[in-house]
Design a protein around this ligand. Sequence first.
Ligand code: NAP
Length: 191
Amino acid sequence: MILVTGASGNAGRAVVDEMRRSGVPFRAMYRSQEDARKASTGVSTVIADFSSRESMKGALTAVDSVYLVCSPIPALVELESKVIDASREKGVKHLVLNSALGAGDYPKSFPAWHRIVEDKLKASGLAFTILRPNSFMQNILSYVAPSIRQQGAFFAAMGDARTSYLDLRDIAAVIPGCSRRPVSIWARLMN
Ligand SMILES: NC(=O)c1ccc[n+]([C@@H]2O[C@H](COP(=O)([O-])OP(=O)(O)OC[C@H]3O[C@@H](n4cnc5c(N)ncnc54)[C@H](OP(=O)(O)O)[C@@H]3O)[C@@H](O)[C@H]2O)c1
């Protein structure tokens, strides 16, 4: 059984969709009943908050693997650290941490927060996988599509720099136990 946290968020929602398609047993974790009610029919849900030890103990019952993702806020260090501790206590075997590109060498803002959690996970004794995605392709719809519609242009504060984009569905594809094929690589093969 895989616990998918952050199921109401961008990454977690995509992981839930791909897990459902792959048929792997999983439980989707939400913070509110309102969000849990939006889950697709047949998806097993649980309500919990990273900050609540008791609720996390319930969410982690009979769970082998955890996909851990949190909003990019400073509190993610404390919140995700609590989940790592609770996972160890509950006998979880493997934890997949959704970190971010830059966690290796960028000492500020959310990459630095992710790095602290990565180090905590590495020292925890749990088997782990750390994912360091760069920008999500789906951000284009949220952030860029409006200016393309209105002005026929999009803008980014990056000069001549290049950036890589990741299709959110590919996060699920690399979670151990999920049998989905990576979308981006598949798309390249098809071309
Ligand atoms: N956006 C990008 O392009 C990008 C690129 C690389 C890496 N990342 C990283 O990817 C991660 C996820 O991004 P995202 O866009 O999916 O974030 P998001 O949409 O904000 O989703 C975050 C999820 O965490 C949940 N959460 C927050 N606090 C919680 C708590 N105390 N207990 C339980 N759940 C809690 C949220 O639940 P609620 O809905 O209830 O708040 C939500 O489901 C971030 O850490 C970010 O640094 C993002």
